[in-house]
Design a protein around this ligand. Sequence first.
Ligand code: PMV
Length: 327
Amino acid sequence: MKKSQSYANANIALVKYWGKSDIALNIPAMPSLSMTLDGLGCKVCVEPSSTSSSHELFIDDEKSLGPEFTRLSVYLEQVRGFYSFDGFLKISSKNFMPMSAGLASSAAFFAALATALNDHFGLNLSPKSLSRLARLGSASAARSIFSKWALLEGGEINDDEAHALPIILPDSLDLAMLIAVTSTAKKAISSRDAMKITGASSPYYPAFLATHRGDFKDMQAAIRDGNFHLMGELMEHSCMKMHACMMAARPSINYFNHDTVKLIHFIYEIRKKYGPIAFFTIDAGPNVKILCRSQHLELVKSAFSLSGLCQDIYVSRPGLGAYVVES
Ligand code: PMV
């Protein structure tokens, strides 16, 4: 049988989701809105397994039998339940970014995998159904199916309604994202587990749920109006509200390290000096993503490079959605 290869970029949410309304189907508890990151992604190859009894996973040429393999096997069996197929699969991935450090590597992996599975089995899925297939593996992956900017529905909705859609920004919003890496260490707790703990024990989670839809609508309006300043404020609000919720859980979940906090203050300093040109967001990891207009990219990048707080800085523009790589 043929070998199918696909590539997908990671994406970063400006308005984040946190928690699931349906754990088995991996439906997010609330909507989210993201930028697809050009050049930070993952290539996935799907072919028949060399064994007749199990799937196989190779990450950057190394066989994986750890938690990633277990998660993949569960996903592939779920896919088999929806689109029956015979035998087992060998999945090989090559990452073009650090894994498990809050840089959305699982979003890129599952978006590329869903796209490769669609090609391998000739499923001919529409972009919406492909996004839904990616979501079953990782909810944020649903957004990486689409180019540039996407929104993912969430809440009390059905399996087939929980997919992403592309959104178009006005031309005046020519934006870029910087990824300031403070650590590439594997995170101590997966976002999936952290969501469960937060939902079960954070007294702030109900407030997060109750106010999220308003933030999401305000962000959509800010985008429509081309209001970068308001977009930035709302992005930081969504991020800090999510992390405050996690920090108030039992046990407390704190993805920030020393440099994450220093970088937040560094951005405040930049805004004091230059005005509202840069805003941050942080996912389930210690790295800081900074949104700015393209015209300020060089200024912001050199300020961060000189700060001495980042191990690495990646620059990304709105990137392509997942696609099949012809071999
Ligand atoms: O869907 P996951 O398991 O990749 O978790 C995503 C969690 C956040 O990045 C913090 C939020 C989001 O909307 O991407």
